[in-house]
Design a protein around this ligand. Structure first.
Ligand code: NAD
Length: 358
């Protein structure tokens, strides 16, 4: 047994189909009276349903959450919370909506109750991101960790199949990198492996029947575990590349994670054999990188950066940006590995099966 540090992060979790019915009790337990409900424009229907459940405890609906939390959106949402006298932010939706809740919490100290409807996992992390003048600044602050999370798989049934698959791959990426994190610990390893197992089983089942509540439950359970890993240990090369591709080239979040993950695993395979073994076990025995590639490709997910709109001539820039302020990685992100990094990106751009390199 190795030495380790484990920080438990306090959040109350309600899990189960129909758990939304306990919402009013949960708002009361938070010590709140008036919730400002946050959502994206496309999820206004569910926000209105929640407003009806909460009745007089609804301070208002703010349906303007967008990807990457622009600073102006955050400022407008804080002003709205003050205007309506909200004492709690209720975020219903994916990582973009939870992110808006976090921006409000950061500035105002209001507690967040999160109701995730994708598998991104932001609800389990103290990590926030705000975009100002085209630059996304991220940070950690315990105030932005939602106090209560309601996981109700019935609310994820409407998540389109394509986004369900890529969002699940996004969750798997948190666990896969958590398994070789510098600050990993045995508790997070258990969660990571179980999270990958649950999501890998859920993906084909959701694809076969998007309304399958057992499959949706399995996916949300996996998302919770993988999100917890993301919130507790450091991420490495895969997340660095995805932040660069998402931030600088504006590629879609979950899809980029799906495309890069098998190639990042192939790049790190020889430097992190114990992590690869756990990923492989969770996938049912296939080698980690190949198994992840097949999980995505056999379930209709994009496998190439090319199909996401990335230009081949920009790949060199990604290598350059990855080498600037590199994250820790089991195989160091240093100029000596630039050629291997460039071929990782080339494979991802073409969408071919991952190739391990040393
Ligand atoms: P998203 O929140 O942008 O959602 C994508 C789209 O799907 C939105 O239009 C949303 O309204 C819609 N949607 C969500 N759930 C739905 C449902 N059940 N039915 C129908 N439509 C639904 O996407 P995401 O992948 O969840 O989140 C991505 C963002 O979250 C990125 O900005 C990423 O950086 C951030 N993120 C942050 C953390 C963190 O710890 N801070 C973790 C993961 C992701």
């Amino acid at each position: 047994m190795r030495d380790f540090i484990y920080n438990a992060q306090a959040a109350r979790v309600l899990f189960g189909a129909g758990s939304l019915q306990h919402l009013e009790r949960e708002i009361t337990l938070l010590g709140a009276q008036r919730a400002l409900i946050l959502c994206t424009p496309v999820q206004q229907g569910i926000a209105e349903q929640i407003a009806t459940i909460l009745g007089v405890r609804t301070a208002g609906i703010y349906p303007k959450a967008v990807m990457h939390v622009p600073a102006e959106t955050a400022a407008a949402a804080v002003a709205e919370a003050v205007r309506v006298g909200a004492d709690c932010a209720l975020a219903v939706g994916g990582g973009s909506t939870t992110g808006l809740g976090k921006a409000i919490a950061l500035q105002s100290g209001l507690p967040i109750l999160a109701i995730p409807t994708t598998y991104a996992g932001s609800e389990m992390t103290p990590i926030y991101g705000i975009t100002e003048a085209g630059l996304k600044k991220t940070g950690r602050d315990p105030r932005v960790l939602p106090r209560t999370v309601i996981y109700d798989p019935e609310l994820s049934v409407s998540l389109p199949v394509g986004l369900s698959v890529t969002s699940a791959m996004n969750a798997i990426a948190h666990a896969a990198e958590g398994l070789y994190a510098q600050d990993s610990n045995p508790i997070m390893d258990l969660m990571a492996e179980e999270g990958i197992r649950a999501l890998a089983a859920a993906i084909p089942a959701i694809r076969a029947n998007p309304a399958d509540i057992a499959a949706r439950s399995n996916a949300l359970y996996g998302a919770w575990l993988c999100g917890t890993v993301l919130g507790n240990v450091g991420m490495a090369l895969h997340h660095k590349l995805c932040h660069t591709l998402g931030g600088t080239f504006n590629l879609p979040h979950a899809e980029v994670h799906t495309v890069i993950l098998p190639h990042a695993m192939a790049f790190n395979a020889a430097s992190a054999p114990a992590a690869m073994q756990k990923i492989s076990r969770a996938l049912g025995g296939a080698p980690a990188a190949q198994g992840l590639y097949e999980l995505a490709s056999q379930n209709g997910a994009p496998v190439s950066l090319r199909e996401l709109g990335m230009k081949a001539e920009d790949l060199d820039t990604v290598v350059r940006l990855a080498l600037q302020n590199p994250y820790w990685n089991p195989r160091p992100i240093v100029p000596e590995n630039a050629v291997a990094l460039r071929s990782l990106l080339q494979h991802a751009w073409e969408g071919v099966a991952p190739v391990s390199s040393t």
